[in-house]
Design a protein. Structure first.
Length: 477
């Protein structure tokens, strides 16, 4: 009878596929629980901040209350007021005096003007701008404070190499057991530890030891990331490994695998060519060259499959174009699907989707277009959609959507609006979602009540415009 208290029993037990699956499922559950608890903590913290700001404003002069009260429920306003209150508390300053400071008052007035001009929609845009600015400042500060590798002494080098060896041993064990997430984490810890140090050039042996351990760690990190389909992480690790040794054939192989996974087939073929050059100097070059030939065929097949999948999804999407009568219904279906707890849709929140459908104001028609003008408008939209950068964004959007039509349509709205907005404003439409709807209605009315009476020449323009919108064959020229 097996001894349940022995390590050998549990090592053998964890090799079973059902045990691995159960372990990984438990890990995912714990990660979801952690994320939920973190989100709950943030909500409670935000509520506490809001209460403190409200209490602080209770005794504020009437003119300040009148200025802030209509927009106090807006999140960006709450965040800004909390920042002022927190700073005042830390510096032992009067909150009301701080609000009357010239710089603070200027920001509050700007928020109020934006709120009056565009309501909550405009304030959401302002919040995005503010967060982007804060992130850029934080990234800039982090880049300035990021430490360059420091010279290492022999005693510290011994400790780092022992740690790296242990990371490699434990990481390899986890990898062999199929616990790729844990293996990736361990390899990443080893990479981080070794990245902090460098060895003086005159210490040839010591420099070689550190580089060899770091190179092995990075290649293993890339391999674990590939197993998890974290292709960007794998590519970064491979590039870092090649910066240490540009002639390492395993690093080049990991790099082309990552590029292939990201859909960067031209780059993958370039890496494959480099791998073939490097292989000429390897003892087992015949095997590597055979693998290269097999990999070239795989890249060719993957390129064809990728193109077919993209064309199939985009072709299906054409059935519900921006001029479709059922566009609102399509968005509602997308909203329902996005509310399902499917991992591939995790990047698009149900709240964003609902906003696209529920928060639309009634359509107001202020602009009428003749058929000729509608044709000119679609020509300008087609020219905008034809831009190479836009076509690349559309194809990336398709990949990120998992080639699911409804999810793709929802995500495409934001991507397309970047090129639609200048055209909308040029033609006198509002530069927002309402303007898109009014433009759509102005074009759609030329199709008649049944949606099928559009003149052939205008229908051709519409079809070309839609084809380009969804990443058509003319795009990217």
């Amino acid at each position: 009878m097996a001894d349940l208290n022995s390590q050998a029993f549990w090592n053998e037990f964890m090799r079973r596929p059902d045990a691995k699956a159960a372990y990984q499922a438990e890990r995912r559950l714990q990660e979801k629980k952690h994320l939920w608890l973190e989100e709950r903590r943030k909500i409670e913290e935000r509520g506490e901040h809001r209460r403190k700001v409200a209490d602080a404003l209770e005794d504020a002069p009437a003119d300040l209350k009148k200025l802030i009260a209509p927009m106090f429920h807006i999140r960006v306003v709450e965040d800004y007021l909390w920042m002022i209150l927190d700073e005042s508390t830390k510096k032992n300053q009067n909150f009301h005096d701080k609000l009357r400071d010239a710089g603070t008052m200027s920001q509050i007035m700007r928020m109020r003007e934006n709120f009056q001009a565009g309501g909550e929609e405009r304030m959401l845009e302002l919040e995005k701008e503010w967060h982007a600015t804060c992130k850029a400042m934080a990234d800039d500060q982090a880049s300035k404070t990021e430490m360059a590798p420091q010279n290492i002494d022999i005693h510290t080098l011994k400790q780092v190499l022992e740690y790296a060896q242990e990371c490699k041993r434990v990481g390899n064990y986890k990898f062999q057991e199929g616990l790729y997430e844990e293996a990736l984490q361990i390899y990443s810890q080893g990479d981080e530890a070794m990245s902090k140090w460098k060895v003086d050039k005159h210490l040839k042996n010591e420099e070689k030891w550190l580089k060899d351990y770091h190179l092995a760690c990075l290649k293993n990190k890339a391999q674990a990331a590939l197993k998890l389909e974290l292709f960007k992480t794998a590519l970064e690790a491979s590039d870092k490994a090649l910066a240490i040794d540009n002639e390492d054939h395993k690093a080049w192989y990991r790099k082309l695998q990552a590029e292939k996974g990201l859909g960067k087939f031209d780059e993958a073929e370039a890496s494959l060519a480099k791998l073939e050059d490097v292989a000429q100097w390897c003892p087992d070059r015949r095997r590597i060259l055979r693998d290269c030939e097999a990999e070239r065929k795989k890249i060719k097949i993957a390129r064809v499959k990728h193109k077919q999948s993209t064309q199939k999804m985009l072709g299906t999407a054409l059935e519900a174009g921006i001029f479709s009568i059922d566009r609102d219904k399509e968005l509602e279906e997308a909203t329902k699907k996005l509310e399902e707890p499917t991992p591939s849709r995790a990047q698009v929140t149900a709240g964003q989707a609902k906003k696209a459908v529920e928060n639309q104001r009634p359509l107001e028609r202020n602009i009428q277009l003749t058929a000729a003008l509608a044709g000119d408008l679609m020509d300008q939209l087609a020219d905008a959609y034809r831009q190479k950068w836009f076509q690349e964004r559309v194809r990336k959007c398709a990949r990120d959507s998992g080639y699911e039509r409804s999810v793709f349509l929802m995500r495409l709205k934001d991507v397309a609006f970047e090129v639609q907005k200048p055209v909308l404003e040029k033609w006198g439409f509002e530069g927002n979602e309402h303007g898109v709807r009014e433009m759509t209605a102005a074009i759609r009315e030329h199709a008649g009540k049944n949606g099928k009476d559009m003149p052939d020449w205008l229908k051709e323009k519409q079809d070309r415009c839609l084809e380009l919108l969804y990443g058509g064959k003319e795009g990217g020229e």
